[in-house]
Design a protein. Sequence first.
Length: 201
Amino acid sequence: MKSKLNTVDILSLVNDFQRLINMRVNNVYDGNNPQIYFMKLNHAGNKELLYIESGIRMHTTKINFSVFRDTPSSFAGKLRKHLKNKRIVEISQVGLDRIIKFKFGEGDYTNYVLFEFHSSGNIILTDKDYKILSQRRYHVYDEENKHFYPIEKFEKIDFNETNPLYQVIEKRYRKYPLKIDENSESIDYEKILSKIKNENL
C-alpha cells in the first residue's frame, strides 16, 4: 500500500469523486485513531461512506461502519456543525498540488473542506471566503493573514515543464506530450487518465 499520494493519484481520485457531487452529508464521525474520519453521504437512496485518513489516503468504502466515540472530537464536531445536510457542489484538485477541495452548499452558506496530502497533511474547514473555521492540525499558512487559507497561492499553475504533473507524465509517457491550454487553468482529467490507463506503469 502506498504511504503517500502523488499528483497523478490525486488527479485520479478527483476524477472518481465526481460521482459524489449532489450527495448530501448525513453526518461526520471520528475513526478509531485521531487521523481517521468517516463522512456518511446520501442522495436519492444512494449511500456512500467516505473514509479519510488525514495526509495519507481518502476513498469510499463498503466496510461495516461502527461509531468509535460516543461524542465527536472537537474537529469532527466542527465538521458536523457546518456540513451536516449540505450538498456537495464541487470536487476539484487545487492547482496541481496534492490538495483536494470539496465545496459544500452555495452562496453565503458555502463551506470548503481542503484535504492536504503533502508534508504532514491536514484537513481545513473554511467559510465561503476561505476564512479558516477549524483545522485538524493547527498551522499558520501566512503570518500576515493568519485567519485565511491561501487558496490563490496553491491554485496557481506553472504552465511549463517544471510543474509536477508535466514531469510525471513526460517521464513515463514521452511519446504522448502533455498539452495544457495556456489560457485556462482547467485540466482534461479524462484525457490524461486515459493515457495512464492505456500504458503499463
